[in-house]
Design a protein around this ligand. Sequence first.
Ligand code: NAD
Ligand code: ZN
Length: 720
Amino acid sequence: MATGIPDEARQRHGELSQELDDANYRYYVLDQPTISDADYDRLMRQILELESEHPELITPDSPTQKVGSPITTEFDTVEHLERMQSLDNAFSTDELSAWVARAEKEVGTLASFLCELKIDGLAVNLTYEQGRLVRGATRGDGRTGEDITNNIRTIEAIPTQLKGEDIPDVLEVRGEVYLPVEAFEKLNESLVDAGKAPFANPRNGAAGSLRQKDPRVTAKRPLNMIVHGFGTWTGGTQPESQSHAYEVMRSFGLPVSDRYTVVDGLEEVRHYIEHYGENRHEPAYEIDGVVVKVDQLTLQRRLGSTSRWPRWAIAWKYPPQEVNTRLLDIRVGVGRTGRVTPYGVMEPIKVAGSTVAYATLHNADEVRRKGVKIGDMVVLRKAGDVIPEIVGPVADLRDGSEREFAMPTHCPECDTELRAQKEGDVDIRCPNARNCPAQLRERLYFVAGRGAFDIEALGYVAATALTQPLEPDDPPVKNEGDLFHLDIDELKKIKSVVREQRTGLPKIDPKTGEEKVVTFFATKAGEPKKTVDKLFEELEKAKRQPLWRVLVGLSIRHVGPTAAQALAREFRSMDRIIEASEEELTAVEDVGPTIAAAVKDWFEVDWHREIVEKWRAAGVRMEDEGSEGPRPLEGVSVVITGSLESHSRDSATAAVQALGGKVSSAVSKKTGFVVFGDSPGSKYDKAVKLGVPLLDDAGFAVLLEKGPDAATEVAITSEE
Ligand SMILES: NC(=O)c1ccc[n+]([C@@H]2O[C@H](COP(=O)([O-])OP(=O)(O)OC[C@H]3O[C@@H](n4cnc5c(N)ncnc54)[C@H](O)[C@@H]3O)[C@@H](O)[C@H]2O)c1
Ligand SMILES: [Zn+2]
C-alpha cells in the first residue's frame, strides 16, 4: 500500500474516479451523458492534477490510464489488430506551442504538420481484407471494441469493396462516424414525437444510432464517416506520411476530408485553428476542435505513444458551446406586436464567454418539439454571438418532479385573454394593443430605436420607466403620443423595475434575490440626472427627423424603413399619406397591396390618429423639405458609392429625395446616375459596364442644382 498520501487526497481521488467512470459509462455505453463535456474535462483535469501531486494514486484502473469505455455485453467483442488511442489536448496557445516545440526538438524542424478538423462523432475501426470490408468495430477500450459490422454496412459513405490499384492485403481504416447537424435536429424531433428522449448532441446521436442492436434502425439514420487514420497496413503501396495515406485511401474510394491541410510550422497551424474557430459552423458536422498531427510516418514512429495517446498528435479544443443547467421555469414575454413567446428561465451559467439566464423557446410548438419540462436539467448551447438555445433535456436525470409547460391563456402583463390573430396561426397574441404595458414598452423602445427616431438616451430601461413605473401610479407615457410631452418634474419621481430587453422579464438583483428597482431619471438627491438633459435634447432633434423615420415610429405593420422611405418619397407629407386611397398607395414602388392595406387600416383607428396629432402638436415633422417645391428628380434613380467630399451619405440621400429622386443601393440599367466618391468599389465598375452616367462631387452638385439634363452633359459616360 502506498503511504504518505493524505486521506483527503485519497478520498477525493476515489470520488473523482467514481464520477468519471460513471460518466464514461453513460457516455460510451448508454449514449446519454448526464454531464457536459466541459464538466467532464474539468473533472479529468482535477484528477490529473491530484495524480501529479501524488503519483502513487496512478493505478492501472484510474480513469486517467484508460481509453474510452467499459465493454458491454450488448455486442460481440473484437480485438483491434493495432491499438486505437485517444488524443492529448491543448487548451491554450502555450500548450500548443509547447507541443510543437517538443515535437521539433525530437525530430527536427523538418516536421510537417497535418491540420484537420476534430469531428464530434465516434471513432470506428474498419478492417478490409483483400479490399473487402470484413469488420467494423467501435473503439471500445482501445484494444477491444464492439462488433458493429452489420450496422457499419448500412452507412452509404463506407465502401464494402475498395477500388483501385495496390490494395493492401489487410487494412485497418480509422475514421469518425458522425450525424450531420441537420440530420441530428430532425432525428431529435422524430424521437420526441414518438415520446422518446432526444439526444443531447450530434455525437451522442451518432453513437446511439450506430450502436443499435437492430441494423435496420441504423439504416434509417443518415450517418456519415470521414477517415482520420489507419492501423495495420500490410501489402500494397506503403504510405510515407499521414497525408499520403489519406490520398491513397481516397483513391480506394474511402471518404477523406477536403478540409485537411499540411503546413510547416506553428504559425500556420494557428491560422488553421483561427480560421475554423471563426467558421465553426461551416462544415455540415459538429466540430469541437482541430487535430494537429506530425505528417511524416518515420517521425511519428520516432515520437511514439504514451499509454493513452500518440505523442505525434494533439487536439486543440475550442471553448465549449454547450453546458448543462437547470431549467427553473418557462415564462412568456409579450412583444411589440403582442406576440407571446415562451422563454426558458435557467440557473445562470457561463457559456461561450457570457452568462446566460434566459433562452427563447419561440412558441408552444417548439417547447413540445424539444421535449423540455420545467425543472429539467437541460443542455444549453451558445455558439459565439448566436442567441442561446436550449437543445433539449437530460432526460436521464429526471426524478418525476418535472412539470409540463402549458401556454398561459391570459397576457402576463395585462391579463387580457390571448388569441391567435388568424385561425391556424402558431403564434398567439395579446390583442390589447392600446393599453398592454408590455406592448407599449416594446413600441416605445422601438420608436426610439435606430430605424425610427434614433433617440439614444431612450433605451430599454427608460422605456420601461416611462410606460410602467412602480411610482407614480400614472405613467407619463400612456402611449407613444405622449413621448414629446414629457415633464421633467414628473420624470424625477419615477421608480421602476429593470427588465431584460429580449424577454421583458424583470431582472433579479443577485445580492438581494429581489427585482431590481431604480430611479432612472433622478439622482439619489432627487435631482434630474444628466441623461434627462440628453433625453430632452435628443427629443428636440428627433422632431426634425425626416418623415420616413416618423412613419417607421408609428409601428404600422409591414412598414419598415424601405416602405416608409417609399411612402415619404412619393407623398412627402403625412396628410397626403393619410388621404391617399388604397390604390394610390399600392401604386407606389416598394409598396404592395399588403402594405397599402395595413397603412389604411392603421390610420382608421382613433387612438392611432391621436398619436399623430399629439406628435404634430409637439412639432414633430410631418412634411419633408421640398414637399411643396419642384421635383426635378422625379423618376430619376441614383446610386451613391464611395465617400463624397461635399456630402455625408445621409445628406446626399436626403438631397436627392428632397428633389423627388430615388436613391437605390444596386446599379442596374434603370439607374439614372451613379454618384461616386473616394474608394467607390464594385458599383462603379458595374456602372461603367452598363454605360450608366457617372457623376463626381462636382457633377453631383450640377444634378442637384440644375437637374438631370445638365448633369448628363457633365457626366462621365463610358460607351462600350
Ligand atoms: N460528457 C460526458 O459525460 C463524457 C464522458 C466521457 C467522455 N466525454 C468526452 O469525450 C472526451 C474524451 O473522449 P476521447 O478519449 O474520445 O478523446 P477525444 O474526443 O478528446 O479525442 C480522441 C477522439 O477524437 C476523435 N477524432 C475526431 N476527429 C479526429 C481526427 N481528425 N483525428 C483523430 N481523432 C479524431 C476520435 O474519435 C478519437 O478517438 C472528453 O474530453 C469529453 O469531452 C464526455
Ligand atoms: Zn397584454
